[in-house]
Design a protein around this ligand. Sequence first.
Ligand SMILES: Nc1ncnc2c1ncn2[C@@H]1O[C@H](COP(=O)(O)OP(=O)(O)OP(=O)(O)O)[C@@H](O)[C@H]1O
Ligand SMILES: [Mg+2]
Length: 253
Amino acid sequence: MAANKVVIQDLTLQYSDGTESLRGVSMEIRRNAVTVLFGPAGGGKSTLLRCLNRLNDLTEIKASSGKVLIDGENVLDPKTDVIVLRRKVGMVFARPVVLPLSIRENIVYGLELAGEKRKSQLDQAMERSLKLAAIWDEVKDRLDDPAAALSGGQQQRVCLARVLALQPEIILLDEPTSGLDPISTGKVEAALQELKKEYTIVLVPHSVQQAARTADYAAFFLQGELIEYGEGKTMFTTPKQQRTEDYIMGRFG
Ligand SMILES: Nc1ncnc2c1ncn2[C@@H]1O[C@H](COP(=O)(O)OP(=O)(O)OP(=O)(O)O)[C@@H](O)[C@H]1O
Ligand SMILES: [Mg+2]
């Protein structure tokens, strides 16, 4: 099995208003690791994340070039089955979006849509996903309560569990803890450290501190360009580029 799950080659993307949000980005994303995309607002982090599961299809793009290879297949190829791709590459967003259903139903919803009807299978997947998302103990006695009644931090972990229930291979998280208190944030971060044993994780952190805490590998983006990429430990102690250092030290933001 190749160590790299995702290989991005010379990716350039321009929105229809002319904004060039990625310029010649090349990087390889390792499996069983947390790879962090960090940098100031507008750097292209979310745009890159959305290329990995083709969520950019929903916005107007003027031009794009380059490749995003996942397990060797270019997912930007128009022939890619986007439904299959999005099952393989799950995404968690900044604001938890729970469905107006019970906790249980939130988790099994996607599986039911995919045709799974066996209660035992659904129950098993639900328990497994909630455990992986580090929320099982908090909800196991109230699975039929509305998910919306949970705290924001709990809802976010329910959203993570919902993604996990579909057994993706890659999990994308775009500032998943931006609205959470420090305790919930810590729980999500701890869950990611467990999850990386099985999955490939790509995280846009909400702060440099979170990037430093979580990154096995870190990529610094500035105005659509990948400035520096390497091991997290090195990046946050001895960055190679002056611009990376300035950003990490808070000299601009
Ligand atoms: N749907 C869109 N249409 C036009 N331009 C867009 C769209 N989405 C993003 N952009 C532009 O593309 C550039 C990169 O945006 P992107 O959202 O990827 O940055 P980001 O690094 O995620 O920033 P933030 O930290 O604020 O989330 C910005 O200049 C942004 O204004
Ligand atoms: Mg963003």
